[in-house]
Design a protein around this ligand. Structure first.
Ligand SMILES: Cc1cc2nc3c(=O)[nH]c(=O)nc-3n(C[C@H](O)[C@H](O)[C@H](O)COP(=O)(O)O)c2cc1C
Length: 165
């Protein structure tokens, strides 16, 4: 079992459904999951590195914490509003996050030149602060992927070994 934080960037709500579909599948596969629809870096760090013994027992393997970043892109390649503060805090974060492994799921529309740019930028930021990327950014294209919730659940089942670290 891994202890997973799902961090959601969404403007119109669509990406929340995709993130909740991930959460459902990961719980079915016996992982411990916390989902953050209004991401706050301090709370995420507290969940990632529990100091209380009881919390540690329940959180699986805090030595190998996993973050799943699930975000859409808005404006001209911008982050959704609800995740901007988290990204800013992360870029100034003094805490060592080098034991965090992560993967990023991008929801976008390939009609934009800046297809899934927020997810790609977030992945670069996490790498720049020393986190380990488990696999390349997984993108879903809303101009052709009709059921991204179903697709993301299939993708997680196929790639579950990535998360069993
Ligand atoms: C005003 C606007 C700007 C957008 N800009 C981008 C973009 O730059 N790149 C991209 O890949 N998708 C872009 N999209 C598509 C959204 O990312 C896509 O519709 C996504 O499903 C929205 O997810 P959300 O409901 O979680 O916010 C844009 C959509 C809107 C409405």
């Amino acid at each position: 079992m891994s202890a997973i934080q799902i961090i959601v960037g969404s403007m119109l709500g669509g990406t929340e459904y995709v993130a909740e579909a991930c959460e459902e599948t990961l719980i079915e596969l016996d992982h411990k999951v916390d989902i953050h629809l209004k991401p706050d870096l301090n709370s995420i760090i507290n969940n990632t590195f529990p100091i209380n013994i009881e919390e540690k027992k329940h959180s699986g393997s805090p030595e190998n914490p996993i973050w799943i970043l699930c975000t859409s892109t808005h404006g001209a390649g911008d982050y959704p509003d609800n995740i901007k503060q988290f990204v800013s805090d992360l870029s100034h974060c003094a805490q060592d996050l080098s034991t965090v492994s992560f993967l990023t799921i991008g929801i976008g529309d390939s009609n934009y030149d800046t297809f899934c740019k927020a997810a790609k930028d977030l992945s670069k930021l996490l790498i720049s602060i020393g986190c380990s990327e488990l696999t390349a950014v997984k993108t879903f294209d809303m101009s052709e992927d009709i059921d991204p919730e179903d697709l993301v659940q299939q993708w997680i089942r196929t790639n579950i070994d990535l998360l069993s670290i």
